[in-house]
Each structure stands twice: as C-alpha cells, then as structure tokens.
Design a protein around this ligand. Structure first.
Ligand code: ADP
Ligand code: MG
Length: 295
C-alpha cells in the first residue's frame, strides 16, 4: 500500500493515524536463535539463546556493546545469512532455521549505514525504482506516489537532483523514502545515522518518526546512540556482550507523535539512565573480556 492510500485509509490526516498496536503485519518472532560464524574454523559464537517477540507495527530499537551481534541478528532477519540454531518467524511464517534460509525480499527492506542510492539516477528515479521493477506500480503511479513520499520526507525540492548534489542528511532521507516505497512489512536500519552531526541527526530522526507514525510499519533499528534509542523506540532491547542475547527490555512509555520536547522530559531522563546503566554494564564486561584475550 502506498503512502497516499495509507493516509486515505486513516481518515485523510496523518495525525489521525491508528495507534501502532493496530498494525496487522510485520510481527517478528526470534526464538532461541544461535548464530556461529565459521563453525569448523575460527568458530565465533556471535548470537546465542537469543529470543524476542516484536509485535506488528512496533518501533523496536536494539542497543548493545560493539561486536555483541546486533548486525548479525539484523542480517539473519534480512535473509543475508542463516542461523545455526533456533528460528526466526515473520507473521508466523518461518524465515530461517538451521535448515531454512529465506532470501532477502521486498517484505524486509534494509537501510544501510553507508547508503546505496544509484548515483546515475535522480532522487525521484531512485525512490520509484523498487515498485516499478517489481511490477507493483506503473511508472505514472510510482511517480505520483514517489512525489508524495518525497513531500512527506521534506524532499520535494530535490526530486530532480542527483545523490551527489545533496547533503548526506538528505541522502539518508531519500533512502528511507525509497525503502518505504517498497511497502515492506519490516524496515531494517543498521545504525543509519551514525556518521551524522547532532543537528542533522535530529532532523532526520523526526522525519523517520513522521513516516513511521503515518505507516504503522514494524521498524527494527540498531543504534549505539542511547538517546536516539529512547527518542525513537517503543521498546529498547539491550543486548549482552557477545554471544549476544537479550539482557533487558525497556518500555518507552512516551506518547507519539514525539518531537524534540521529549528530550527534556523527566520520563526521558529516567529511561535514559536505565538504558545507560544496562549497556555500560555489558560494555564493561566486553572491555574486560577483550583485555583478558590480549593478556
Ligand atoms: P555488532 O553489530 O553488534 O557490532 P556484529 O554482529 O557485526 O556485531 O558481530 C558480532 C561478532 O561476530 C563480532 O565479534 C564480529 O567480529 C563477529 N563477526 C561478524 N561477522 C563475521 C564473519 N563474517 N566471520 C567471523 N566473525 C564475524
Ligand atoms: Mg553492527
């Protein structure tokens, strides 16, 4: 469903969108997953006994020390590699187990840290590429939906620019727009705003929140930025040091739509403290383990 249809179905106004819990697709179940790289050789146990249930339409944020297995888990959901044990389900359909690996598909779109726009195409051409090549929309339909999506992301003025002509913050917004145009069940983002300065980051975060609020997609978002985690997430899942599993789940009880004012609220500060404490405990363990390995 394209954005215009989503908005129409919701009574004609983004502000009147249904609550996130009303999403019906995009439930992810990760059940006792283990992922070992190179079992016969170096044998790196990246993820072990990892379980989480992400309801349809949730903005799920994963945090944890560097090297704890966050990207590994995202790659398994995306279909870039399999799992060694356990299962991952999307809407009760098996995505992967030790025997099954479902290839990447338009139902699970990844926005990469370093970006992947076609440099030879304009912003609009990049955004409409997916639905056109998949035959989901005609070119005129895709152009209309693309313009609307660019409007939603505050990018109308640059639809005919090339990726090299726009700022990195705008490029990241174009990538999110392109991902959403594929109408995925799940949007997977691996530290997408990592290299951005603080000001650009807050702008892009707000656009992502607006698109999320208007669409009800499930979002699986990895970050090392704990403030970002709370600002964006419905739940923040803290992973342990490697082998990664879920150490703590923090419910972010801050109503949507959210804006920068959230950042100065008491509940935000309390939640931040809780997340920082949980992550630092793990980061310290990871650091000490690293020290032991080197000793
Ligand atoms: P994170 O994203 O949390 O920083 P990753 O999922 O990238 O962590 O990596 C988890 C662990 O698996 C790390 O120790 C990393 O070095 C290791 N790892 C990642 N990819 C491979 C690979 N292809 N082969 C062997 N080890 C890997
Ligand atoms: Mg990573």
């Amino acid at each position: 469903m394209i954005l215009s249809q989503l908005i129409k179905n919701n009574g004609g106004a983004v502000a009147e969108k249904p609550a996130v819990s009303e999403a019906t697709t995009g439930k992810i179940s990760i059940r006792d997953v283990g992922i070992i790289y190179d079992p016969e050789g170096v044998h790196v146990v990246a993820v072990q006994n990892c379980s989480l249930e992400i309801p349809a339409g949730e903005f799920c944020v994963i945090v944890g020390p560097s090297g704890c297995g966050k990207t590994t888990l995202l790659n398994a959901i995306a279909g870039f590699h399999g799992v060694t044990s356990g299962e991952i389900y999307l809407d009760d359909e098996l995505l992967c187990s030790s025997e099954v690996t479902t290839d990447p598909g338009a139902d699970r779109i990844v926005v990469f840290q370093n970006g992947a726009l076609f440099p030879w195409n304009t912003v609009l051409e990049n955004v409409i590429y997916g639905p056109v090549v998949q035959g989901k929309m005609t070119r005129p339909e895709a152009r209309e939906a693309g313009h609307e999506m660019l409007l939603q992301m505050g990018l109308s003025g640059i639809s005919h620019s090339y990726p090299s002509e726009i700022s990195s913050g705008m490029r990241r917004r174009v990538e999110i727009a392109r991902a959403m145009m594929n109408d995925p069940k799940v949007l997977l983002l691996d530290e997408p705003f990592r290299a951005m300065d603080a000001l650009t980051k807050t702008v892009v975060q707000k656009y992502l929140l607006d698109v999320y609020d208007a669409s009800n997609k499930t979002v699986f978002f990895i970050t090392h930025d704990l403030e970002e985690a709370i600002f964006l997430g419905t739940r923040v899942y803290v992973m342990t040091t490697r082998p990664g599993q879920i150490k703590k789940v923090i419910n972010v009880d801050i109503p949507r739509p959210r804006d920068f004012r959230v950042l100065s609220s008491e509940i935000y500060r309390d939640l931040k403290e809780e997340v920082i404490e949980a992550v630092h405990e793990e980061a310290k363990k990871a650091f000490e383990a690293g020290e032991r390995e080197r000793a």
